[in-house]
Ligand binder design. Structure first.
Ligand code: SAM
Length: 213
């Protein structure tokens, strides 16, 4: 979802108070940053931020960090965030999740959300998929022992790949569905921008939840 040429997006982000600019220096210190010891949940590839904003509204006792690689997309999340001045539990980081271990210490993250992650369909790019064993190794280093990775996608080949990668990475599937919106797991579901778009077209939404064995 790369929006090209959003004029001034880098400048907007550079001095925005909802974006953490020195994220690597926060490693192991996120509780100090938030000023409390509430659990920290992250969304990797949050896009325009609809999902994590709603999570943060519903759960004031959880701290949220939205991670997004592209400034041109992150500015859209910032625009939404600026409408919620009183919210103290949601901040953003502009970074490539490949370097996530530089930002979070062991066990520092309680849950990881991955929503409609880029599919990287070519085999030679499989390592870039956020549900590859390569990324599960990163998650292994930052996720608390009882933490969960929760992944939603419209993309069936990516989902099938992910279902295979979970056990290969030494993780366990807690549950999964090929049709979230018509499943027992749909209660309390918060739709992302992509989810709303694809489900309006009638595309079923796949979801899995995984934990470390
Ligand atoms: N999660 C949103 C949704 O469901 O509406 C956006 C989905 S969009 C297809 C995927 C997003 O993940 C894009 O905004 C992309 O820039 C971001 N992304 C992809 N790979 C990433 C990475 N390695 N680190 C951080 N963000 C990434």
């Amino acid at each position: 979802m790369r929006l090209r040429n959003v004029k001034g997006s880098r400048e907007t982000i550079a001095d925005n108070k909802y974006v953490v600019h020195d994220e690597e220096s926060m490693k192991g210190k996120w509780s100090e940053f938030f000023g409390n010891t509430n659990p920290i949940h992250i969304e990797i590839g949050m896009g325009k931020g609809q999902f994590i904003m709603e999570l943060a509204r519903r759960n004031p006792d959880i701290n949220y960090l939205g991670i997004e690689k592209y400034s041109s997309v992150l500015v859209r999340a910032i625009e939404k965030r600026e409408q919620e001045e009183g919210m103290t539990n949601l901040y953003f980081i502009r970074m490539d999740a490949e370097y996530i271990e530089n930002v979070f210490a062991e066990n520092e993250v309680a849950n990881i959300y991955l929503n409609f992650s880029d599919p990287w369909p070519k085999d030679r790019h499989a390592k870039r998929r956020l549900t590859s064993t390569h990324f599960f190794e990163h998650y292994d280093h930052i996720l608390a022992p009882d933490g969960r990775v929760m992944f939603k996608t419209d993309n069936r080949p990516l989902f099938d790949f992910s279902l295979e990668q979970v056990p290969e990475a030494g993780w366990t599937l807690e549950n999964y569905t090929y049709d979230l919106h018509h499943s027992e797991y749909n209660e309390g579901n918060i739709m992302t921008e992509y989810e709303a778009k694809f489900s309006a077209l009638g595309t079923p939404i796949n979801r899995l939840v995984a934990y470390r064995t």
